[in-house]
Design a binder for this molecule. Sequence first.
Ligand code: HEM
Ligand code: HEM
Length: 175
Amino acid sequence: MMKHYSNRMVLIHWLTLALLVAAWFLGDSLAEATDDSNATISGYLVHGLAGGAVFLLTVARLFFRSKDGVPAPIGDSPMDKLAKGVHHLLYTVLFVLPVSGMITIVTSDAGKALLSGDASLLPKDGGYDEVFAHEAHEFMVNVLIVVVVVHVLGALKHQFIMKDGLMERMLPRRK
Ligand code: HEM
Ligand code: HEM
């Protein structure tokens, strides 16, 4: 029986964490630049690339998950069921968050600006007020933060209170 996640699932898990931190900071500075009405095309590109990479990695991850399988659940307690629900929520956010970002671009002036390469067309202060996908994108960022905090608290509980070695399952290992 399998005792660990496959190495490629492990790699994507931790790479996703790093990219999310980057996308979060880049998104925040992009929004600040928009409020100052001086956002740049490259600001959009680097944020979109970091976030877009999260999306592609999540698609690859679900494919590898179905090919490689996952280790058996460690138990069937209410807490174990909660953890499973949290994992489903995380996958949902990893998909919906970047997609809402892409829809923000195609349903706002940012799309025209990026297609023409003309930064003066980029949304300025208040330029996203009527863009629903932008609301959704901001909301999903907050959902992400809350759900990740719950997920990490669970991991810490396994590591330091239950001491059951669960973390090993998500760490790289030699064949
Ligand atoms: C999955 C990772 C992503 C994270 C964590 C993320 C995070 C953020 C954050 C924190 C903001 C600032 C929200 C605010 O305070 O107004 C933001 C804004 C934005 N993001 Fe993302 N984002 C992600 C993916 C994407 C993708 C893939 C795209 C598009 C290709 C995108 C496009 C945008 C746009 C257009 C804005 C609005 C910028 C502005 O208000 O000036 N995001 N994002
Ligand atoms: C310091 C941060 C993190 C720690 C310590 C951590 C730890 C873990 C551990 C130990 C597991 C394996 C659980 C098991 O074997 O049942 C796991 C699974 C998982 N983690 Fe994290 N994680 C972190 C951050 C994140 C982030 C930022 C995300 C995505 C937003 C994430 C998404 C997931 C998902 C979706 C699974 C389930 C994998 C599957 O069964 O397909 N994790 N995490």
